[in-house]
Design a protein around this ligand. Structure first.
Ligand SMILES: NC(=O)c1ccc[n+]([C@@H]2O[C@H](COP(=O)([O-])OP(=O)(O)OC[C@H]3O[C@@H](n4cnc5c(N)ncnc54)[C@H](OP(=O)(O)O)[C@@H]3O)[C@@H](O)[C@H]2O)c1
Length: 440
């Protein structure tokens, strides 16, 4: 047994050689010596699969590797111990993961969508098959946030988690803020630079961040949180004026992902929100991600890093491979849950509509006397008190922006008031309501 333990290397196979697959492969080859010294054995790349595969473009030092365009061949190959699913999506990727598990391979994946959708079922199949599952790279690419929740602060009882989980949205918002540029212009530039997809829907509508938050809330609270539980709003309507008004109030705007636990359940949301300029999350610019966690005992901790990109995400993938390689090599049968809790409870989701917060209401109106009085009367009908009215000089009186901030009020009252205000004939555009998150 002793000689087997010291002799045997662990072999990995990668399915999908796009951004993350190629980044992972670069790390596995460029760092192979360092990785072997850390592990005490070698982590070999044994097989590579992608829809199109050019052996000439593989990195030097990749070693003895077979290549295939047929993922089934890779996941059933007898030499492979660990399969990395780096295809993305929920169709082929799901099959790759299922078949790998069925054939006794441990699995590493970067797939937030698949894991948020049916990660628990996949984990259940993996544990029945006696194989390991890891998906660190699925949330915040380069930030080891799974590791933190699963191990680093596992002893704590997490109360609140706030994050900036989508680098594309954060890049767009911080560029709008920096240059007073319009959303559409910044999005086009981000697409040209490769920071945003040709179809940006998943990013700008908040769906990508929602999958990540579903996973983080599950790991933080041990309650299975599904994407459908999460109130989600995108960033398309955020304009340079919103940042100007927010700045006057000492705030900025971020796509804020929040998960809060109370005695009765949890509240989860992904939405653009005002956050104080001196909040630690306000210092997160460009494509960076961050997660701020408050525990009942350990109090506040903060994690920051690149949210995506081939090599930052590749580090997460390969680090997962290294962790699983130790278990595979030791033939460890005690499997620890990648969800941080050995058993998850169903989530008790509380409606966000009941939460009381101050609000920032931005209007665009066709100017005429009596507008403020009409809006204040409507707010009063729902018992909402006006805090301040802000109006910057503007030339276009047919599309005049201004802001009303209101004192803490429940979201259902704000929604009802905004619906009614949207019907006034002086409105040039639907009002925009953003919560002011004072507690971040
Ligand atoms: N990009 C990031 O920075 C990042 C960060 C964190 C997590 N992730 C996650 O990582 C995963 C991969 O993302 P990515 O950006 O690397 O995607 P990508 O660049 O589109 O790469 C996907 C790869 O999978 C291959 N592929 C597609 N269908 C296949 C099939 N049937 N058989 C074999 N290979 C197939 C593609 O081949 P072709 O090139 O021939 O189409 C491509 O090489 C996704 O789950 C994503 O959410 C990405």
């Amino acid at each position: 047994l002793l000689s087997w333990r010291f002799m045997r290397d662990v072999n990995v196979g990668i399915v999908g050689l796009g951004n993350v697959g190629s980044g992972s492969l670069t790390i596995l080859t460029a760092n192979s010596g360092e990785i072997a010294r850390k592990l005490g054995f070698r982590l070999n790349v044994r097989g590579l699969c992608s829809r199109t595969i050019r052996t000439k473009s593989l990195p030097a030092g990749v070693g003895e590797v077979f290549t295939t365009t047929d993922w089934f061949e890779l996941v059933t190959h007898p030499d492979i111990d660990i399969v990395a699913e780096l295809v993305g999506g929920t169709t082929v990727a799901h099959q790759v993961v299922d078949e790998a598990i069925r054939h006794g391979k441990s699995v590493v994946t970067a797939n937030k969508e698949l894991m948020a959708d049916c990660g628990l079922e996949i984990w259940s199949a993996a544990s029945q098959a006696g194989v390991h599952l890891a998906f660190e790279a699925s949330v915040c690419g380069g930030i080891p946030i799974h590791h933190v929740l699963r191990d680093g602060i596992a002893a704590d009882r997490i109360q609140t988690l706030f994050g900036i989980l989508n680098g594309t949205c954060n890049y767009i918002l911080t560029e709008i803020e920096r240059r007073q540029a319009k959303f559409d212009d910044v999005l086009r530039e981000a697409q040209a630079l490769g920071y945003a997809e040709a179809d940006p829907t998943a990013d700008v509508e908040g769906y990508d961040a929602r999958s990540k938050l579903a996973l983080l809330a599950t790991l933080a609270f041990g309650q299975r949180t599904r994407v459908a539980d999460i109130y989600t709003e995108g960033i398309r309507r955020i304009s340079p004026e919103d940042f100007e008004y927010a700045a006057q109030l000492g705030y900025t705007i971020r796509l804020l992902c929040g998960a809060r636990r109370s005695a009765d359940g949890i509240r989860v949301s992904v939405r653009p929100a005002l956050i104080p300029k001196d909040a630690i999350l306000a210092s997160v610019h460009g494509g960076y991600n961050a997660v701020w966690v408050r525990g009942a005992h350990g109090q506040d901790t903060f994690y920051y890093g690149k949210g995506a990109g081939p090599e930052p995400t590749g580090v997460a993938v390969v680090s997962d491979m290294m962790r699983l390689a130790r278990d595979v090599r030791e033939r460890r049968c005690q499997l620890s849950s990648p969800f941080a809790y050995q058993t998850l409870e169903p989530a008790r989701i509380l409606p966000i509509e009941d939460e009381r917060k101050p609000w920032f209401l931005r209007f665009r109106v066709k100017d005429r006397p009596g507008i403020i009085a009409a809006l204040a009367t409507t707010l009063a009908e729902w018992a909402v008190s006006v805090d301040a009215v802000l109006q910057l000089p503007a030339k276009d009186k047919q599309n005049l922006p201004f802001v009303i901030t209101v004192e803490a009020a429940p979201e259902h009252a704000i929604r009802a008031a905004v619906r009614k205000m949207g019907d006034y004939d002086f409105m040039a555009d639907a009002p925009l309501a953003l919560p002011m998150e004072t507690g971040v």
